[in-house]
Ligand binder design. Sequence first.
Ligand SMILES: Nc1ncnc2c1ncn2[C@@H]1O[C@H](COP(=O)(O)OP(=O)(O)OP(=O)(O)O)[C@@H](O)[C@H]1O
Ligand code: SF4
Ligand SMILES: [Mg+2]
Length: 327
Amino acid sequence: MLLDVRDLRVEFRTRDGVAYAVNGVSYGVDAGETLAVLGESGSGKSVTAQAVMGILDTPPGRITGGRILFRGRDLLTLKEEERRRIRGAGMAMIFQDALSALNPVMTVGDQLGEMFVVHRGMSRKDARARAVELMDRVRIPAAAQRVRDYPHQFSGGMRQRIMIAMALALEPALIIADEPTTALDVTVQAQVMDLLAELQREYRMALILITHDLGVVADVADRIAVMYAGRIVESAPVHDIYRAPAHPYTRGLLDSVPRLDQKGRQLYAISGLPPNLTRIPPGCSFHPRCPLARDVCRTDDPPLYGVDDGRSSACHFWRECLHDRDH
Ligand SMILES: Nc1ncnc2c1ncn2[C@@H]1O[C@H](COP(=O)(O)OP(=O)(O)OP(=O)(O)O)[C@@H](O)[C@H]1O
Ligand code: SF4
Ligand SMILES: [Mg+2]
């Protein structure tokens, strides 16, 4: 396994007390594989990714447990300098908001070129040529001229392509894309997503795609990990999840997506709100919102039960969920 996150725990000190943002997350990706990470706002998707990338805000954040194995080495034990090297050439991240991720006072050509100068020891001239190639590769029209432009001179979709180019520059084995298209118009979203998926196949990179959007997941992901209150509550090959979710929360997420084959059907919304992370409910943290909850759910925290090959669910009643297709 290329990346193997085991039992990761992250806390934040806040004015309200300790927020338990990540509570024993385990997930992994193989080379060339795409893992989609789903879950409502605040479920710990980004914090987990930041811990993997080594860019967590510490303080207020603190990693209190777990391991992050990349090519078998635990990143949490490495020195910052080694970590930085891996961040450049081993893994890269694409953020939601390119405008704040890119340097506003540097041309995109210089920013892209800098990757080659710093990490590959290239001359400025060669680096500039590579920058143009990359911009071509992510289909930015008139790349040879546009290398001299600044980030604010590009549209949102084009900026996102530049960020993809930055992430690809050193041909990392793993890319983490955190809501890469959320800030874009719907039509542009699809183009950027298609481009990312195409490049991932071509470069055979592993991709962790963090998203709210179950619509895009079916087309691009191999596996899905669903997060709730800082935990993985279901993890499965993508087709299994679409066929029949094994966790009521996953079912709620799926049922709240409009489907072409079920026009006119009332859309379902998961009732209630995600928990306050300083006061996560005892037992199953989803129980206050769960249509299947019963007494044991209020007291006993469900472990991740093995459902099937490569599939697990943190629900005491996963069998029921799996077989009950209409709530
Ligand atoms: N810098 C921070 N300071 C304090 N708490 C934080 C900080 N960053 C994250 N948290 C806590 O961690 C929780 C999880 O945050 P995270 O950003 O991982 O959510 P997410 O699943 O990525 O949500 P979204 O879909 O909105 O991006 C937050 O609800 C918050 O309580
Ligand atoms: S363990 Fe209980 S509350 Fe939690 S998801 Fe399953 S049925 Fe719902
Ligand atoms: Mg996030």
